[in-house]
Write a protein that binds this ligand. Structure first.
Ligand code: URA
Length: 432
């Protein structure tokens, strides 16, 4: 078999055989096939696409290219959750302990963030002492003993994806549905959970801006999971405005803790209950997702989700009474006119938090865990000229950029005369 022929077949619109994809992935990971040929193949995939079957085979080969977590020794159903990412998305911090309180096992490997704010692992590290680099043995033991463990991905989890993603990033081939779906799902499958819940976002602050594109990605991922024997459900949710009020690592952890204690923002609480309901159903602790939702609402109200979060933090060395990192400075950004907030551009708010140091600008860049934006107004709130729209949190090194961030924030808010019809927070739920 020759890589040249594999490229030509995709260029001409044919579907690959398993043997061809095996040759490609093994050769690329082992270094016997060079980047120039894989780059040409990626571009051919970008234009010609892949069938559902090809995408599932590619995903499975990628999944097996490195370390895999084996939950075989665990007694119970392990359910994982993945979000395609958004501004102010701290749902994992709430949903994971909430569903664990319902008896669903959660063993989740998460990544660090690149862009607007940190990923789940960065956020957890805002908690003093919290260890995210735990051994596979501790990870498995903790899942069995307390029903929940959240840890960083190992360096050798899906090396095929690391190499392919780096090349896609250089060759303008990131935006291809089969390549995105196989990239995300290979990491979920290698993380070992029996069942998977996907939160696929659409809107200005999401990876996929149009709902139809997000749906296509969600369908592709659900089909991959189901065809490879891991039941997968996708929730399509809106990211037109930030989720909740807090954007930035320690600010988001505080908001997640407020939500776990029953006084979180309405949109964040609602999305967390919907996601939890689906996970509780997948984990077979409720007969339907609706029953799972009711169970989650009751556990939140009784304080069981908060207790599970405390148990998780203690098990991984965290110290909640120490408090979260606080930024040195706060700057209020005020409305220049009176009216009703008719929209908040989530992408612009994400940019604003990056300017304050809350997100990574490059893969190994620094991140300021205390920085970020705390919104004071959300869509359809009334506002008077001079009233606070948001508060910027930042440290001395970002003082100059805070002025730019204030301008970006002001422009992110649209203020009009009357209330607007918002797109629903949860648009669709796909299970096959
Ligand atoms: N996230 C991933 O993990 N992979 C992609 O290709 C895009 C987003």
């Amino acid at each position: 078999m020759r890589m040249y022929d594999i490229i030509a077949r995709k260029r001409d619109g044919f579907a690959h055989t398993r043997e061809e994809l095996e040759f490609l992935i093994h050769g690329f990971v082992n270094g016997t096939i060079g980047e120039e040929q894989v780059a040409a193949w990626l571009m051919a995939v970008y234009f010609q696409g892949m069938t559902g079957e090809e995408t599932a085979v590619l995903t499975s080969l990628m999944e097996h290219s490195g370390d895999q977590i084996d939950f075989g020794s665990i007694d119970g159903i392990v359910v994982d959750k993945h979000s395609t990412g958004g501004v102010g998305d701290k749902t994992t911090l709430v949903v994971a302990p909430l569903v664990a309180a319902a008896g669903v096992l959660v063993g989740k490997l998460s990544g660090r963030g690149l862009g607007f704010t940190g990923g789940t692992i960065d956020k957890l590290e805002a908690i003093n002492g919290f260890q995210t680099a735990i051994s596979a043995q501790q990870f498995l033991q903790q899942v069995q003993q307390i029903g929940i463990a959240l840890a960083g991905q190992t360096a050798n989890l899906v090396p095929a994806d690391k190499k392919l993603y780096a090349l896609r990033d250089l060759t303008a081939t990131v935006e291809s549905i089969p390549l995105i779906a196989s990239s995300i799902m290979s990491k979920k499958l290698a993380s070992g959970a029996h069942k998977i819940l996907l939160d696929v976002k659409f809107g200005s602050g999401a990876f996929m801006q149009q709902p139809e594109q997000a749906e296509l990605l969600a369908r592709t991922m659900v089909q991959i999971g189901n065809s490879l024997g891991r039941q997968t459900v996708a929730v399509l949710s809106s990211m037109e405005e930030p989720l909740g009020y807090a954007v930035g690592n320690s600010l988001e952890v505080q908001e997640a803790m407020d939500t776990l204690q029953g006084h979180g923002p309405a949109d964040l609480t609602e999305l967390c209950l919907t996601l939890s309901g689906q996970m509780i159903f997948l984990g077979q602790k409720a007969a339907t997702a609706e029953q799972g939702y009711q169970m989650a609402a009751a556990l939140l109200e009784q304080g069981a989700a908060w207790q599970k979060f405390e148990q998780l933090v203690n098990a991984q060395g965290g110290n909640l009474p120490q408090g979260l990192p606080q930024a040195q400075y706060q700057l209020a950004v005020c409305a220049s006119q009176s009216g009703v907030v008719s929209g908040i551009d989530a992408k612009a708010i994400g940019h604003c938090s990056m300017l304050l140091g809350a997100g990574r600008e490059s893969k190994h860049g620094a991140i300021d865990l205390s920085a970020g934006v705390l919104l004071r107004k959300k869509t359809n709130d009334t506002v008077k000229a001079g009233e606070q729209l948001a508060i910027l949190h930042y440290n001395a090194a970002y003082q100059q950029r805070a002025q730019e961030a204030a301008l970006v924030l002001q422009q992110a808010y649209q203020i009009d005369n009357g209330p607007v019809q918002q797109s629903p927070l949860v648009w669709k739920i796909l299970c096959d």
